[in-house]
Design a protein around this ligand. Structure first.
Ligand code: ZN
Length: 410
C-alpha cells in the first residue's frame, strides 16, 4: 500500500510497533491524526534489499525535522533521499555520494545556508517539471474535452502558487441524481503512474463515462512532490496522513474544500479511486532514512511484486475489489502474498487486496467521507515485468473497472 500505511494498519489491529516511536511520516504530523496512527511505522516501509544508506544524519533532542533532497537526477520511481536530521549544521556524506540540499521544515533555515534551501531555490532541486509533464496535458485536455468536462483550478500550493496550481476535471453533464466518482492521483508525488494514469484516463476513457456518472478527477494532488520525486510535501508532511480537518497540508485542504463545495451543491460520492504506487524506493530510501533518523536498526523488508488494492476495513466491498483485480490482471500481474502469506504485513482478504482503516488514518481514500466504494491502487513500477505504459494502463483499468461495476448495479 502506500507503504506508509502498512505499519499503521498493523498497529491499528495489533497495537504493536510502539517501540518504533512515531511514524516516519508522522514526525511532522499535525497531531490531528488519531493517536493510534502516529505510533506505527509507515508502510512505505516495506522493502526487499538493504541498500547502503547514503546520507546518515543524526537526530537531536531539538529535532524539528528536515527534509533532505538529493540534487542529482533520480531514476524514475525513486523518491530522492528523504532523511531527518537534528538541525545539524554540518552534514557528513561519504565520498562519491550525491550532495544534499537541505530544506528545514520548521524555521531551521537559519541553520543552513539559504543557498541550500530548495524552498528558496526550488530550481536547484527539481527533478522533473510539473508544467511540462502535467500542466501541459491538463491544458491540452481542457481544449479537447471542453464539451465534456469543466476544468477548474481548485487551489494552489502556497510555496509557489503560480508554479503549482491545482486542477480538477468535472463532468459538465452534472446531475446530483447520478452517482459521483472521485479519482485522485499524485497524493504521493513520486508515484508517477498515479498522476500519469489519471491523465491517461482523462485522455482515453473518461469521456464515455461523463454522461453516465459525475466524474471528479484531480490528477496531481501534490505537484511539489511530483517535481521533486518525493513522498512528502515541501513541509515534510505526508499528505496521505493528513486528509483531516485543519490539515497542515495545502494539498489536503484544497481537496477537502473542493469536495465540500461539491457536497454543499448536493453531490454524493459513490466511488473514490486513489491512485498510488509501491516502489522499491520505499524500502531503499525511506525506511533506511527513518531508521537513521531514529537511531534504530534498519530491518530489511520486501516490496510486493505486482499490483494490489487497499480497501476500507470498515467497508470492504469484496465483489467490487474482485471486479477491479479481474480487469487489472489483463494489464499487469497481481502481487502474490509473501512467504508469510501477507502483502506488506497484511493478510490479503482476497487476491490482490488488503484492507486498512482508511478513515481513522486520515488517508485520501476516505476524504469524501460518504463513499460507498473506495480503494487505493498500488502499482509496482519497479517490476521487471512492468514499464511506464503498463503502470499507467493498470491505473486506467482499475478506474474503469470500478466504475463499470457500479454502473452495472444501477
Ligand atoms: Zn502512495
Amino acid at each position: 500500500m502506500p507503504p506508509d500505511e502498512a505499519g499503521a494498519v498493523r498497529g491499528h489491529r495489533r497495537a504493536l510497533l510502539v517501540g518504533l516511536g512515531e511514524s516516519l511520516f508522522g514526525l511532522h504530523d499535525s497531531g490531528l491524526q488519531p493517536a493510534g496512527s502516529r505510533r506505527h511505522q509507515p508502510a512505505d516501509v516495506r522493502a526487499r534489499s538493504p541498500p547502503p544508506l547514503p546520507h546518515v544524519l543524526s537526530r537531536s533532542s531539538a529535532d524539528h525535522g528536515h527534509l533532505a533532497v538529493c540534487d542529482q537526477a533520480v531514476p524514475r520511481g525513486h523518491a530522492g533521499h528523504a532523511v531527518g536530521c537534528g538541525g545539524a549544521r554540518g552534514v557528513e556524506r561519504p565520498t562519491g555520494q550525491p550532495a544534499l540540499l537541505l530544506r528545514c521544515a520548521a524555521g531551521a533555515e537559519r541553520d543552513h545556508p539559504s543557498t541550500l534551501n530548495p524552498t528558496l531555490n526550488p530550481k536547484q532541486v527539481n527533478q522533473r517539471s510539473y508544467a511540462d509533464e502535467v500542466l501541459s496535458k491538463i491544458y491540452a485536455l481542457k481544449g479537447k474535452a471542453s464539451d465534456t468536462f469543466t476544468v477548474e483550478q481548485y487551489g494552489a500550493l502556497s510555496i509557489d502558487p503560480e508554479r503549482y496550481p491545482l486542477f480538477v476535471f468535472k463532468s459538465k453533464a452534472w446531475d446530483n441524481a447520478k452517482p459521483t466518482c472521485l479519482v485522485t492521483g499524485g497524493v504521493h508525488g513520486y508515484e508517477t503512474s498515479g498522476v500519469q494514469g489519471a491523465l491517461l484516463f482523462l485522455q482515453t476513457e473518461a469521456t464515455k463515462y461523463a454522461s453516465q456518472i459525475n466524474l471528479v478527477v484531480a490528477p496531481c494532488v501534490s505537484p511539489w512532490s511530483y517535481e521533486h520525486i518525493q513522498r512528502w510535501n515541501n513541509n515534510a508532511d505526508d499528505p496521505n496522513r493528513n486528509f483531516v480537518p485543519g490539515s497542515p497540508c495545502d494539498e489536503c485542504n484544497a481537496v477537502l474544500d473542493m469536495l465540500a463545495n461539491l457536497k454543499d451543491a448536493g453531490a454524493r460520492f459513490t466511488i473514490h479511486i486513489d491512485l498510488h504506487e509501491t516502489t522499491n524506493s520505499d524500502e531503499e530510501e525511506f525506511r533506511p532514512a527513518k531508521a537513521a533518523r531514529d537511531g534504530a536498526k534498519y530491518e530489511p523488508d520486501y516490496i510486493p511484486d505486482g499490483f494490489y488494492l487497499v480497501g476500507d476495513v470498515d467497508n470492504p466491498q469484496p465483489e467490487w475489489h474482485a471486479a477491479i483485480i479481474k480487469e487489472v490482471k489483463k494489464v499487469t500481474h497481481i502481487a502474490p502474498p509473501d512467504a508469510k502469506g501477507q502483502i506488506i504485513g497484511e493478510k490479503p482478504t482476497q487476491e490482490g487486496c488488503i484492507l486498512y482503516p482508511l478513515k481513522s488514518l486520515g488517508l485520501c481514500g476516505a476524504v469524501t467521507g460518504d463513499y460507498q466504494y473506495s480503494t487505493t491502487t498500488e502499482v509496482y513500477p519497479d517490476s521487471p515485468k512492468a514499464n511506464d505504459d503498463i503502470c499507467n494502463r493498470a491505473q486506467v483499468a482499475a478506474i474503469t473497472a470500478a466504475i463499470d461495476y457500479v454502473l452495472a448495479k444501477q
